[in-house]
Design a protein around this ligand. Sequence first.
Ligand SMILES: [Zn+2]
Length: 127
Amino acid sequence: MQTTRWRPDTCDCVIEYEWDRDLDPSMRTHTVKQVVHFCKHHNRLKKASLWNNVLNENLCKNGAVNALQSYLKIDSDDPELAWRFEGSGGRRVLHVSLPLDSAGELQKAGAQLMLDDMVGLGLVVVE
Ligand SMILES: [Zn+2]
């Protein structure tokens, strides 16, 4: 078993999980070994649900940022595509700010529709 310490960029949690390096990546499961640190947003969650929450937030943010970058045809290093999570516990909402030169109302509305479709209603707010 391999142990990895994960510090997601979406919150300050620190989680150690185990995985089997001999398994094909598509077959791997990740088992939480220990929560090294609960961040202030997730400190009311139990260890078992923390993993899913933090992972889902991270996947949601990565997916939304990638989708917006191709939708707006902007560079992946563009610092103007800012994001943050609001709220705490099991249902934090991702807020994404579009760069000024592409933040027309139509494009914002289009981006919002695309993300609602992708991650589900109410989970992402385009600003
Ligand atoms: Zn956290």
